[in-house]
Design a protein around this ligand. Structure first.
Ligand SMILES: O=C(O)CCC(=O)C(=O)O
Ligand SMILES: [Fe+2]
Length: 466
């Protein structure tokens, strides 16, 4: 039984003091079986709806309707106070000016909210689970990393060693960014003091940094809004030498696309408990992620097979909406940690983590943090990226709308810039495709989960060629 099942069965983890009790005294559904009073009974026709359906219905309402319905009874009051409902209304309303008041509801309504009413007698996992996920300690999941899972920590790496041994492996470089000018200065306070009115992208909103800082330091969201800005170099007028990719990664072949290259570098700022849900990076690219402040816990799995808790369609696209980081950790961490091939590590300030193309990863900020990340195409992974662009057109992302054939364009640019690298890679890809076809003709694929997509398998790497 995982911790969420345990709580929802009615075993109260608030009482052990690790999670503060729910501000409206809502309890998990399991507690209803032994309770004398269940306030759902007072909700009229709404009592007939499962809680999930009621929440979906509330998502369709406007603010005035939520306020009105919340006055009807305590059960509906508790549901209409769910801050995620107000977050959606706020984001949709795209206000030009606002003051962050600590919750989405207060901010949307532009006035501080009255103290919450106790709703003892309301039992709902739909209400309780996000609160629990937002407050339960996450350190049990990030500590005591088993030795066989630990992401190697390297003090130095040459380009030659990277290409020979590390193209398909995660690692942490422990000393490469200490000389970057932005490493010396870029903490959140410095950024806030220097660029308070510059707008940065945080998921679906563009907010002046001053607003984001207010939000970042005063919110209790299960999945805090994460600043992830692809134009930070231009917005901060960064000098070209403000940061330089660690030299071991070598030339980035996407650079040959010039201005047509997909988005490739981001500034990342977020509070403790923010981060990235389990995903693979776009277009089969590799990435490096440099922590300037804070600390990031990484949980990684090599594709193409899905890690625990992720469901893929036959073409390899993710078909489940990703769980929040906390919910993933609560539900799947134990299984993930025990799965062969699982890699885990903590990346500290001044360190850089390598995400090999095709690897799934979940990232949790252990503290308020500032980071810079860049996606790139190392020579040894060119085959994987070309295969992705050629065979997974519907999953290709980040290119400008006017680029309608990213594969063709990339091949053309490579043919001009580095024809030998291209020919060698195309030859290897063709050999592999032929090999697969021979296997299929022999019937080897039959009954063994055969799929017509010539798998993007992360195995076109030079590292695999003797
Ligand atoms: O949250 C992070 O720092 C990880 C970012 C990431 O995975 C990405 O940029 O693809
Ligand atoms: Fe990523």
């Amino acid at each position: 039984m995982d911790i969420i099942d345990d709580i929802e069965a009615g075993n109260d983890h608030e009482e052990d003091g690790t999670v503060p009790s729910h501000p409206m005294a809502v309890k998990p559904s399991g507690n209803a079986y032994t309770a004398a009073v269940n306030l759902k009974a007072n909700a009229g026709s709404f009592a007939k709806l499962p809680d999930e359906l009621l929440m979906s219905f509330l998502e369709t309402l406007e603010a005035a309707e939520l306020l009105q319905l919340g006055g009807a009874c305590k059960f509906l009051y508790a549901f209409t106070r769910v801050d995620e409902l107000w977050r959606a209304l706020f984001v949709e309303s795209k206000p030009t000016t606002f003051t962050w008041l600590g919750t989405w509801r207060a901010t949307f309504l532009s006035h501080p909210t009255l103290p919450l009413i106790s709703c003892e007698g309301v039992f709902s996992n739909v209400l309780h689970r996000p609160y629990f996920c937002a407050h339960t300690p996450l350190t049990p999941y990030t500590h005591n990393i088993p030795a066989q899972n630990a992401i190697p920590r390297l003090s130095d790496l040459s380009e030659e060693e990277y290409n020979r041994t590390w193209l398909d492996k995660p690692f942490i470089l422990t000393s490469p960014v200490k000389s970057w000018p932005i490493y010396r200065t870029w903490d959140a306070d410095y950024l806030f003091a220097t660029y308070p009115s510059v707008s940065f992208r945080a998921e679906a909103v563009d907010w002046p940094l001053a607003k984001y800082m207010q939000y970042m330091r005063h919110n209790a969201d299960e999945s805090p809004l994460y600043l992830f800005d692809r134009s930070f170099v231009e917005k901060t007028a960064l000098a070209p030498d403000a940061f330089t990719p660690p030299p071991c990664f070598g030339a980035d072949l996407f650079a040959h696309l010039g201005p047509a290259r997909p988005d490739s570098r981001w500034l990342i700022v977020g509070p403790a408990r923010s981060g990235s849900t389990m995903h693979q990076d776009p277009n089969g690219t590799s990435a490096w992620n440099a922590v300037l402040r804070g600390a990031k816990y990484w949980l990684m799995f090599q594709g193409p097979q899905a890690p625990p808790g992720v469901v893929l369609s036959p073409d390899g696209a993710e078909i489940t909406a990703p769980l929040s980081i906390a919910e993933y950790l609560l539900t799947f961490h134990e299984e993930a940690r025990a799965t062969p091939g699982c890699r885990e590590g903590i990346c500290y300030p001044g360190e850089v983590l390598h995400v090999p193309g095709g690897w799934f990863h979940l990232v949790l900020n252990l503290e308020e943090g500032v980071a810079v990340t860049q996606n790139f195409v190392p020579k040894g992974k060119l085959g994987d990226v070309l295969r992705f662009l050629r065979d997974k057109k519907e999953q290709v992302s980040g290119f400008r709308d006017d680029v309608d054939d990213p594969y063709g364009m990339f091949v053309e640019r490579l043919r001009e810039a580095c024809p030998d690298v291209l020919e060698e890679t195309l030859e290897r890809m063709e050999k592999k495709d032929r090999g697969k076809w021979e296997e299929i003709k022999k019937g080897d694929g039959e009954g063994g989960g055969f799929s017509f997509g010539f798998g993007f398998g992360g195995d076109d790497s030079d590292a695999d060629i003797p």
